[in-house]
Write a protein that binds this ligand. Structure first.
Ligand code: HEM
Length: 402
């Protein structure tokens, strides 16, 4: 069944594909969107793969050099950049890089961002006063996470605009459907981002501030094992991992409320339900649909024989709709008793920014519900053509402002 999936089918309704695959086998082999590998759609199996060290990120370790894809001179700096990111490393380098960021990315630092997130949200929505038509991504959800992540990293306000291009370039770079031409076309943007951070680091070495980047520079100065290329890669990872995903969380959540007016009404009457809206959105329309791992050893899983060197696509979205863990999984219901999802993954790569993403999602929705009265969708939104991330091109709606 996997062979017949076209990109359009996947973008318009990935869930039917994941549900059918799971009913067939939660661990299914096939030719899937230009790659041949395992598609994991069962919750238990997906969690197992994410946690088991026999599934790895650095697939190139499994093959002789002559079997690896070759990249042009122009693409190599961008490849080198991604190879320095914790997201694409395994232990012990992954552990070393993650621990360093963990030290700087403390719960205290996240909580310190709360007033800034509230102020930025209010500021963006004040600009909507008196308007009747709105585009949520352009007017609000794109901007909020950029402001927050630049604040966290310590990037000067005037440089925020640069980030859109870099973030878009990186998203394209890591999509499952990327061609060599795509890689070529975005590599220069990634090089530019890398040069920008190199310069910012040299400025912060002279005048450190209370921000995450200064914290990383301090860690390096304390003799922790972190080189400048890794620091640059970490900045770019945080920028992108913390941006596109959060835009999608806020937009998808508001879209789901607009299309489930009876649930929007419940939220308007009881704001304490907003954290459920965030969790149920993460489960039902997750910002990251799929991730991948390489099989590092032959093994058996769900009765299937997995071989060293094969790739496994872990469908977080598919796992979230496994009826064995969530009853009536294909309906959006903020009143669920328990909401189980793998939308922040699991195991060693569990999303480092999950507490921040949740905080941003809750504050954003509180402010949106407070600001807009009688919101109505103006047109059916179009999903962006990306196999890894789930988000709209735009979300047009009509509403009075309060
Ligand atoms: C709703 C928003 C978000 C979602 C759905 C999300 C989802 C994820 C997922 C699924 C992974 C693991 C990928 C894998 O295992 O292959 C991940 C990793 C990561 N996320 Fe998030 N993320 C979100 C927001 C954020 C934010 C706000 C930040 C930081 C500011 C962030 C930083 C990271 C980092 C650094 C990693 C890599 C962790 C590692 O490799 O150990 N994320 N995220």
């Amino acid at each position: 069944m996997l062979n017949s999936i076209t990109p359009d089918l996947f973008i318009n309704d990935p869930y039917s594909i994941f549900n059918t695959a799971r009913e067939n086998n939660p661990v299914l082999f096939g030719n899937f969107l230009n790659s041949t590998g395992w598609l994991i759609t069962g919750y238990k199996e997906a969690e197992f793969v994410l946690k088991d060290p026999r599934f790895i990120k650095e697939g190139r370790k499994l093959f002789p050099p002559e079997a690896l894809a070759t990249f042009s001179e122009r693409v190599m700096p961008a490849i080198a950049l991604t190879r320095n990111m914790m997201l694409f490393r395994d232990a012990p380098d992954h552990t070393r890089l993650r621990n360093l960021v963990n030290k700087a990315f403390t719960p205290k630092m996240v909580e310190r961002l709360r007033p800034a997130i509230e102020d930025i949200s209010s500021y963006l929505l004040t600009a909507r006063k008196g308007q009747s038509q709105h585009e949520l991504i352009r007017d609000f959800s794109y901007l909020l996470p950029v402001f927050v992540i630049t604040e966290l990293l310590g990037v000067p306000k005037e440089d925020r605009e640069l980030f859109r291009k870099w973030s878009d370039a990186f998203i394209k770079f890591i999509d499952f459907n990327t061609t060599m031409d795509d890689l070529e076309s975005v590599s220069d943007d990634l090089k530019e981002a890398s040069n920008y951070f190199r310069e910012l680091i040299s400025k912060k070495r002279i005048t450190p501030q209370e921000d995450l980047l200064s914290g990383l520079i301090q860690a390096e100065a304390n003799g922790d094992n972190l080189n400048e290329d890794e620091m640059i890669a970490t900045c770019l990872l945080l920028l992108v991992a913390g941006h596109e995903t959060t835009v999608n969380l806020i937009t998808n959540a508001y879209y789901l409320l607009l299309t489930h007016p009876e649930q929007l009404k419940l939220v308007q009457e009881d704001r304490s339900l907003i954290s459920n809206v965030v969790e149920e959105t993460l489960r039902f329309e997750p910002p990251v649909l799929m991730t991948s791992r390489w099989v590092a050893e032959d093994m058996e899983l769900a009765g299937q024989q997995l071989k060293k060197g094969q790739i496994a696509f872990i469908s977080l979205a598919g796992a979230n709709r496994d009826p064995l863990v969530n009853a009536d999984p294909n309906s959006f219901n903020i009143l669920r008793e328990s909401i189980k999802h793998l939308s922040f993954a699991s195991g060693p790569h569990f999303c480092l920014g999950a507490p921040l993403a949740r905080l941003e999602g809750i504050i954003a929705l509180e402010k949106l519900v407070e600001c807009f009265a009688n919101p109505r969708l103006l047109e059916k939104p179009v999903w962006r053509k990306n196999f890894a991330f789930r988000g709209f091109e735009a979300l047009h709606f009509e509403a009075e402002t309060r």
